[in-house]
Write a protein that binds this ligand. Structure first.
Ligand code: UDP
Ligand code: MG
Length: 333
């Protein structure tokens, strides 16, 4: 069997509570994968953490040559941190996973098996999830809406957790769009795709680092980056309302000419003004969502800025995948 050089990319933002457990679980899984694994690197992308995360990771780095730490210049967000990690990944395949153990590392052997079977994209799909109440309602609403709106098929109920072959990583790194939705982008790229199922657990420690507002923006990025339907729907709504109001106007005119039931009213004009005003504002809002994203694209700012990259030094085993060495160069993308 061909042995694999694997990169694992983990975005980290104030995760000091969970990092020890995460490291322990990943290492024990990777050790158990040894027969199919040639070598591996674990890339932690420190997304501007203000807690002790960096100190903890730096200590790990001293004793473990497999670890790489990418320090971003500030907090750029989940998706940007993942992009930073993937741009530095040197493996023949990379697994992206969250730090909070909601993505169980124990799924890695199954993903490697799928890669060995020839799949280039392995998506970890959620059979169930632990969120309750408003968050669960919003997730369900999002997935039904996104399934309906998306202009082409994207595997639903999946987050960033998954394995990508080198061909997918290279293509993903070429995509420069700013408002990134990785589950959509990786499916858009194509190649042979399969899913592995898992039950999404609670975060192992600490509080969620993405606020509801962040998640809402992420949902909007998904919809507005992967669908023109909102624009078409607002056009359709506008047309429907115009046609109905023209018909209503014609009916009123005829009634007026025939002197039927003509009462100078207040209700009808008020309702129509409010209704049409609301519809126009929704239409403008939808345009604004696209316009804002176009503005982000034309500004051409990098998706992330790297402050520095830390690798263990003085250890012969340090340069895991030395053919593509580019350590310690502050870069942006
Ligand atoms: N994260 C990040 N930058 C941020 C927010 C989150 O790198 O600005 C990381 C975080 O450390 C975690 C992952 O992204 O590893 C997912 O975050 P979280 O668990 O808060 O998201 P949720 O599970 O609620 O979607
Ligand atoms: Mg989480």
């Amino acid at each position: 069997m061909k042995k694999l050089k694997l990169s694992i990319v983990i975005p980290v933002y104030n995760e000091v509570e969970v990092l020890p457990l995460l490291f322990e679980r990943i290492i024990s899984v990777l050790e158990s994968c040894k027969p199919s694994l040639n070598d591996y690197e674990i890339i932690f992308v420190n997304d501007g953490s203000s807690d002790q995360s960096l100190d903890f990771l730096s200590k790990l780095l001293k004793n473990n040559p497999h670890i790489i730490i990418i320090n971003l210049s500030r907090n750029f967000g989940h998706q940007a941190a993942i992009s930073a990690g993937l741009s530095e990944a040197r493996g023949e395949a990379a697994i992206v996973m969250d730090a909070d153990l909601q993505d169980p590392p124990e799924l890695i052997p199954e993903m490697l098996k799928a890669w060995h079977e020839g799949f280039q994209l392995v998506i970890a799909r959620r059979r169930s999830r632990q969120e309750r109440g408003l968050k669960l309602c919003l997730f369900n609403l999002f997935y039904s809406l996104f399934g309906f709106l998306s202009d082409y098929p994207i595997t639903l109920n999946a987050g960033v957790y998954g394995l990508m072959d080198r061909v997918v990583i290279d293509q993903l790194n070429r995509l420069t769009e700013r408002n990134r939705f990785l589950p959509g982008l990786r499916s858009w790229i194509g190649f042979r795709e399969t899913v592995v199922w898992y039950d999404r657990e609670e975060r192992a420690a600490g509080k969620p680092k993405q606020s509801l507002l962040n998640l809402l923006k992420y949902g909007f990025d998904a919809i507005f980056s992967f669908s023109y339907k909102p624009l078409r729907l607002s056009l359709l709504l506008g047309l429907t309302i115009s046609i109905s109001s023209f018909t209503y106007a014609a009916v009123l005119l005829i009634m007026r000419l025939l002197q039927i039931n003509v009462v100078p009213g207040f209700t009808t004009p008020t309702i129509s003004i409010l209704f049409l005003g609301g519809v126009q504002l929704i239409g403008i809002g939808i345009l604004g969502e696209y316009l804002g994203r176009i503005y982000d694209e034309v500004k051409q700012r990098p998706i992330f800025i790297v402050d520095n990259i830390l690798r263990s030094t003085g250890n012969k085993k340090t340069n895991l995948f030395p053919e593509n060495e580019s350590a310690n160069e502050p870069t942006g993308k």
